[in-house]
Design a protein around this ligand. Structure first.
Ligand SMILES: Cc1ncc(COP(=O)(O)O)c(C=O)c1O
Length: 368
């Protein structure tokens, strides 16, 4: 029986090989390795793709979140409302600026920030809200934006898992003041190394982010504030420029994979991911909920099927955040999802046969 990897980056690389190697060679020939013309070119293309005025390319999605908060002058003593059901970097960025993350529970269907819980988490110290478009599913942005506007709060969209996703026919990233993307290799749009971007239609935010990523230099060797080396290297921009042209077709292929899983598993007792009719998600992950997750996961592994867990421990219960004083039971929907979530293999080149195999093993395991 053929093994099923969780992700197959080689399958994506092979048809692009010549184009990618050519783009990399051009960077070598130009010797413009750090933030050269190819990074500016990619910035223009990605901004256009996202329907925003500015894209600031960076060395990671974590840096994008960090700079987003710096650009909004969030700092010590401030609070930022977000979710605990996300990759840890969402919270790291809040801690990097000396602010405190305040975690609210998610909606059990969308698995994103539940607007019903948002208002109660806002205090006079709140300075920003970070919804996360988890697994490629857009958060409920109309209700989140309405609450944010009522309180005069900026919104940073964590779109690290949602390149190309749409909410009410509008691309994610167009709702908040700032959006943050990751180009980590396994993302829907992934670099061949680390990468990220901050997008915005606010020229002053873009200007400040460009400065901060490059040591906050107003002129060479003159620094007006504390800055960082968060620049994107030209090799990553060259690869991303090649890959961006394929993003929509890859997202469509992921959607086809998701539909097949849903079709094959629809009569099972596993809780399947639902997609709201207001959104076009991009299936970064296909996450089912399984009562005995670890047993099922290791049984899949035994027959050569890889899976993943996004994420086993919610952020509010991580040791790194013990000082915040959260307890088990504080965010029940988040905690239940962490306990039961199982991400099935998904990537654009995944064949129907492999999906069918994963589904039939899952159906077989269910009856045992
Ligand atoms: C939701 C979310 N936010 C932020 C990040 C951080 O991005 P990076 O790994 O590029 O720093 C990730 C990446 O895994 C993510 O999934």
């Amino acid at each position: 029986m053929e093994n099923v990897p969780y992700l197959d980056l080689r399958a994506q690389y092979l048809p692009l090989r010549n184009e990618v190697l050519n783009a990399l060679e051009q960077v070598c020939e130009s010797t413009s390795f750090a933030q050269g013309p190819v990074t500016s070119q990619f910035e223009g293309e990605f901004a256009k793709y996202c329907g925003v005025d500015h894209c600031v390319s960076l060395n990671s999605g974590t840096s994008a979140l960090h700079l987003a908060l710096r650009c909004l002058d969030v700092g010590p003593g401030d609070e930022v409302v977000t979710v605990s059901m996300t990759f840890i970097a969402t919270a790291w960025a809040i801690s990097y600026v000396g602010a405190t993350p305040v975690f609210v529970d998610i909606d059990p269907v969308r698995r994103t920030l539940n607007p019903d819980n948002l208002e109660a988490a806002i205090t006079p110290r709140t300075k920003a809200i970070i919804p996360v478009h988890l697994y490629g599913m857009p958060a409920e942005m109309d209700r989140i934006m309405a609450i944010a506007e009522r309180h005069g709060l900026p919104v940073i969209e964590d779109a690290a898992q949602a390149h190309g996703a749409k909410y009410q026919n509008k691309p994610v990233g167009k709702f908040g003041q700032i959006a943050c993307f990751s180009f980590y290799p396994g993302k829907n749009l992934g670099a061949y190394g680390e990468g990220g971007a901050l997008t915005t239609s606010d020229a002053s935010i873009a200007h400040r982010a460009r400065s901060l990523r490059d040591h906050a230099q107003s002129q060479k060797y003159l620094h007006d504030e504390i800055g960082y080396n968060y620049r994107m290297d030209s090799f990553q921009a060259a690869v991303l420029g090649v890959k961006l042209k394929h993003l929509d077709e890859w997202n469509k292929a992921r959607n086809d994979c998701a539909k097949l899983y849903t079709e094959f598993l629809k009569d099972s007792s596993y809780k399947l991911p639902a997609r709201d009719s207001d959104s076009e998600g991009v299936w970064h992950c296909y996450v089912i909920e399984v009562p005995e997750r670890d047993r099922v996961r290791s049984a899949l592994q035994d027959v050569g099927i890889q899976s993943a867990v996004h994420y086993p421990v919610p952020i509010h219960l991580q040791k790194a955040y013990a000082h915040l004083g959260y307890r088990a039971g504080d965010l029940p929907v988040t905690e239940a999802l962490c306990e039961h979530c199982l991400s099935l293999p998904i990537y654009p080149e995944l064949s129907k046969e492999k999906i069918s195999r994963v589904a039939s093993v899952l159906l077989d395991l269910e009856s045992r």
